[in-house]
Design a binder for this molecule. Sequence first.
Ligand code: ZN
Length: 454
Amino acid sequence: MFTLNKFLSAGSASKNLLLGSSRKTRIVSASALLLALCAFGAAGVAPMAPDADDLPVRAISQELELPQLAEQIAALEDQQQKFITEERVRSGDTLGTLLQRLGVDDEAAAAFIRTDPVARSMMQLKAGKRVQAEVTSDGDLERLTTLVTQGRDEPVSNLVIKRDENGFKAVQTAGDLEKRIEMRSGVIRSSLFAATDQAQIPDNVATQIVDMFSTNIDFGSDLRRGDRFNVVYETYWQNGEYISSGRVLAGEFLNGSAVYQSVWFEESSKSGGYYSFDGKSLKKAFLKSPLEFSRISSGFSMRKHPISGQWKAHKGVDFAAATGTPIRASGDGVIDFVGTQRGYGNVVTIKHWNNYSTLYAHMSRYASNLRKGSKVSQGQVIGYVGSTGWATGPHLHYEFRVNNEARDPMSINVPNAQPLNTAQMKEFRKVASNMQHRFSLLTPEGTNVRVASR
Ligand SMILES: [Zn+2]
């Protein structure tokens, strides 16, 4: 982004870009300067405005009042002269180089930032973070502001370092986050994560997409080139700066000729969950594959592994995977057995509701703290792929039983009790139809889809 520094250096006659206290005044001053220079595009005039690259594209039409230049200049000359500069932290920056670019030439300020326990968090800023300074014409620091975050999804705070009569003071205050809703679409060409990267979808959101469709799609073997998805999710911003992504609110996945849709629904009284658009809780279904699918564990290469996902004469399904791949409980339940059984090697069985049970064999090891009677929830890691027992190579042998009889899990349609009452259903339909409408806007015309119910 253009910084005011650059505007300033462009014309020495206009060197006095003076600042009032309000943001509006700053913007107007900058406009006046722009008019005077007549040379710059409309990029980044307001301090702390986001980079154009960071924002969804959106047409904005706004009438701007033209400032009275003569009045402005007269007003500016009456005030004490201060500059506002803004810079992004670059990799390899030291406090010294950053302050220099900000136009700060103030040893006392630098010493304060290095030693004050609050101000010191400035030193941890990552490349790309924006820092804004208010500087006198002598290079003395009046005020410095930036956003600091501890971790990726940590709350953000404002750090303000300012000069007062006794020297400098640093204050950290809670950030004032603005929630936005974003919509993105992707097409599978090589892998899911390649598609989410291409669509600039954060990893945290990609993982949630996998989770929300794991009862419908085995991401390890069901994806096809040309599959499409739409996703609606929350993002958090402050002062136009992207801070983090939040929850996925809805998703749609076109897998082959089937389309799966899912929407987040919560009521004030109970915790939320994902539902298909007809109001069925997806949590009640079983995961289509107990193997964890992640950027790391996925070796997806547009082909189905020869033994992956096949119902065998031996009453189970074998999933080929590298030793150590995490194995997840395919539904909520209670651990019924953890131990070794001849052919199965290291094996875990889980009891679910309605006399459903599942079995996971040939594990290299179990998840820690797993014992008979432990409660597990869907998706929880219970062990890791191995080749213990009678196994020719590392794979997961998976069985699904109804009343102790082995069934092909791919053919089972788990009865799904209606989880929402009439009043909830009415509320849910509002949310769902809103999301459905968003998706219809994202889906290219002429795409023929069939909604699969599962
Ligand atoms: Zn097997």
